[in-house]
Ligand binder design. Structure first.
Ligand code: BG6
Length: 481
């Protein structure tokens, strides 16, 4: 299979927050990689801005240092050429300095994109200044990072602030999970094959488990994380997006609004979650090491670093099918997957083999991206008729060889911005609908004063999460198994 790189149009990409962690760790290395595969045209320009006063040479030196740390496989001669496309202009995002220089640097006839790799409180102010300085042309794009607000009210305020200066078709709200290759593969699996779709409903599916397990803690991001917790940091966006792609109706075409219309319908069908269907956890200190409360510097914190929820969709296709979502930090393994459990066979013709187990389709998002289907076969050998569960296992790395080495999510997403393709970005109503579902859940535990239960670092999460499943006569798939 030959991977194809389709060059994009010439562009001016203005990167706000260019000295920040995300820009240095992901966005700039991502752009370098797109340059290396010759997707960036010769006259593409990256105009990096931040408050720090430095010149372009100093900023280029900073990129070099970051590449050594975060993308050590880079080629020095290619990087030297890439850096010629990067310039730096100091701009005070909320003050007045630098804006005229930035405006003067922009070219009239190329794609213009403003990437706000800054905290959400800065979004409306930057949008306003871009508009005041006449930089926001009708065709320009504005890209905003997550978190897109803290609750419904703040998300609405952000939408209003952005829409005061940009039209919805110009606003690109990032959820980097949508840029992950296997997440997009979920749509290919469902809508480019005829095998699965007829079975993809409550008649055949018993339940679905969506897991995003991490081994990292919250070190270094304590101040943000302690105000958010796993529900706001991961469920409201990444896991809800995975749920949408798993549960949505087939869109009529693969176009931004057709796909996003279907996703919004899924979010709007999410039913309120009862407290009994929620398990929250916080990782405890391990022997001689720190725990969550030490990492966030708040001994009395009630914020969850783990959450599991049983969720129902009130619609025709999924009525009665639970979707179990779980995500947490400092768990046994870094593992993200969607597992669709099909119903058990209704009747067994084989004597003495016990109840038959349903098939399970697992879409592994990371690491070792691939798809597995648990099936039941006859144990080889003469004598009695025994059955075993085996997996039909497709690892993308084995199946696709070199082509399986997918670009980082950010590479894909930034190029989609330049192309003007919003399919993999959240629409404003989608973000608001997700907050409208999340808010009452969070308010519920805040009003009750619930405390998360403690779990061991390196474990699968708190006991309560196991109980949540056991109560329903089901089991979680093993993390790191
Ligand atoms: C971010 C969250 O959006 O996603 C982090 O804020 C989390 O807390 C990260 O660690 C996970 O992303 P990935 O791509 O490493 O799975």
């Amino acid at each position: 299979m030959v991977s194809r790189v389709i060059p994009v149009q010439p562009f001016d990409l203005v990167l706000f927050g260019a000295t920040g962690d995300l820009a240095q760790r992901k966005i700039l290395p991502g752009l370098y990689h797109r340059f290396e595969v010759e997707q960036m045209p010769d006259d593409a320009r990256i105009i990096a801005t931040a408050r720090s006063s430095m010149d372009t040479e100093q900023f280029r030196a900073q990129i070099l240092a970051s590449m050594k740390e975060f993308a050590p496989g880079f080629k020095q001669d290619v990087l030297d050429q890439f850096l010629q496309h990067v310039e730096y202009i100091p701009v005070d995002a909320l003050g007045e300095s630098g804006w005229s220089e930035l405006s003067a640097a922009l070219r009239p006839d190329v794609v213009r994109a403003f990437y706000l790799s800054v905290g959400p409180s800065l979004f409306p102010g930057i949008a306003q200044r871009l508009s005041d300085h006449k930089m926001a042309s009708p065709d320009s794009r504005i890209v905003v990072e997550k978190p897109f607000g803290h609750d419904l009210a703040s998300a609405k305020a952000l939408n209003e602030g952005l829409r005061a200066c940009f039209e919805e078709h110009q606003i690109y709200r990032i959820d980097h999970y949508l840029g992950k290759e296997t997440v997009q593969n979920l749509m290919a699996l469902r809508f480019a094959n005829s095998l699965f779709e007829p079975l993809w409903n409550s008649t055949h599916v018993d339940h679905v488990q969506i897991t995003v397990a991490e081994t990292v803690g919250v070190d270094g991001r304590g101040a943000y994380y302690d105000q958010s917790g796993a529900m706001r940091d991961m469920i409201q966006n990444h896991l809800v997006q995975l749920l949408c792609l798993t549960a949505m109706e087939p869109p009529s075409k693969f176009s931004p609004n057709a796909v996003r219309d279907e996703k919004v319908k899924v979010i709007e069908a999410l039913e309120p979650v009862s407290p009994a269907d929620i398990a929250r956890g916080q990782y405890r200190a391990d022997k001689g090491g720190d725990g969550y409360t030490d990492h966030v510097g708040n001994a009395d914190s009630r914020t969850e670093s783990y959450i599991a929820l049983k969720v129902h969709l009130g619609n025709w296709r999924w009525a009665g099918v639970p979707f179990y979502l779980r995500t947490g930090k400092r768990l046994r393994a870094r593992e993200s997957e969607i597992a669709v459990f099909f119903r058990d066979p209704p009747h067994t013709i084989f004597p003495n083999v016990g109840p038959l187990r349903g098939n399970v389709l697992v879409i592994r998002l990371q690491p070792d991206e691939g798809i597995t289907l648990r099936t039941t076969i006859k144990d080889p050998g003469p004598g009695g008729f025994r059955l075993s569960d085996v997996s039909l296992d497709m690892s993308f790395a084995d199946a696709l060889g070199e082509d399986a080495s997918a670009p980082d999510a950010y590479e894909r997403l930034v190029m989609d911005v330049i192309r003007g393709d919003q399919t993999l970005f959240m629409r404003g109503d989608e973000a608001e609908a997700a907050w409208a579902w999340v808010d009452p859940i969070v308010e519920g535990w805040e009003d009750r004063g619930d405390r998360p239960s403690l779990y061991d670092q390196g474990s699968s999460g708190p006991e309560d999460a196991l109980m949540l499943m056991h109560r329903d006569g089901r089991r979680w798939r093993q993390i790191g198994g």
